[in-house]
Design a protein around this ligand. Structure first.
Ligand code: NDP
Ligand code: 8X3
Length: 250
């Protein structure tokens, strides 16, 4: 039977690449994000491959999340796969200089947004005793690097929530896992540095992961047989060994 996937943050980077990867495999898609024009363009491109519905909302707005998910048409209401991907880093500052607006954005989007979306979708999975949730964490959820403070905290929270979900949803047969990439060349650094020049330098001198590399791992996880759950993946580009060790001489 054709499966339906709900992907947050599908307007760019890892979420968009995952939408393409899933579409190639004929998975029906519900694509979410705040930039409507991007959603529309991606829907037009992917509709040749699969059925696509778009939802334009901010994951950090609790009411908007509920309204958007309640508005799904009948043929998109049954969600088999949830990819909680929406999120970003905002700023890269030592803790004593951090901007509270950035802190709010990261906790509201990366942590609370993930919870709001999950809360709206999990009840149908528990009712059916099936489903698959993949949360996009980060290497920043496994270690803390200088100036990463609150972003790292938000991704540590994503990992704790993932483990909590896996435990609480265990008796319902729902698969829960996390995919945790290191540096991926997407719009991520443009958002982190608010479009400033520093963003251009982040991926120079080495070959970072591409969004597609992560999307392929996500598809691998969702395409395992029913008895297999990929619980946790940490992936780096070859040049990266951990958050602070990147070989730029390869
Ligand atoms: P991008 O900036 O390319 O994509 C971020 C996506 O999240 C966009 O589609 C954006 O859509 C969406 N988004 C951001 N804020 C909100 C919001 N408030 N409501 C709804 N959607 C939102 O970055 P990536 O693809 O790299 O990031 C995707 C995920 O991967 C994030 O969780 C990030 O933390 C994680 N990650 C990224 C790494 C990297 O190095 N790039 C490494 C490890 C993890 P829109 O603006 O249209 O709303
Ligand atoms: C993104 C990877 O190293 O910029 O989560 O935090 S990093």
């Amino acid at each position: 039977m054709t499966k339906t996937a709900f992907i947050t943050g599908a307007t760019s980077g890892i979420g968009e690449a995952t939408a393409y990867e899933f579409a190639k495999q004929g998975i029906k898609l519900i694509l979410c994000g705040r930039r409507l024009h991007r959603l529309t363009t991606i829907k037009e491109a992917l509709e040749r491959l699969t059925d696509v519905h778009i939802l334009n909302f901010d994951v950090s707005n609790k009411e908007a999340v509920k309204t958007a998910i309640a508005s799904l048409p009948t043929d998109f209401k049954h969600i088999d796969i949830l990819i909680n991907n929406a999120g970003n880093a905002h700023g890269l500052d030592p803790i004593h200089n951090g901007d509270t607006e950035d802190w709010d954005a990261m906790m509201d989007i990366n942590v609370k947004g993930l919870l709001y979306v999950s809360k709206a979708i999990i009840p149908q999975m528990t009712a059916r005793k099936s489903g698959h949730i993949i949360n996009i964490g980060s290497s920043a959820g496994k270690e803390v690097y200088p100036k990463g403070n609150v972003y790292c905290a938000s991704k540590h929270a994503v990992l704790a929530i993932t483990e909590g979900m896996r435990v609480d949803l265990n008796s319902y047969g729902i698969k829960v896992g996390a995919v945790n990439p290191g540096m991926v060349e997407t719009e991520f650094s443009k958002v982190r540095f608010k479009g400033a020049e520093a963003a251009d330098k982040v991926y120079t001198g080495f070959k970072a992961l591409e969004a597609k590399d992560v999307a392929e791992v996500i598809y691998f996880a969702v395409s395992r047989p029913p008895h297999v759950n990929i619980a946790d993946v940490l992936m780096f580009c070859t040049a990266q060994a951990n958050s602070v060790t990147v070989n730029k001489s390869l």
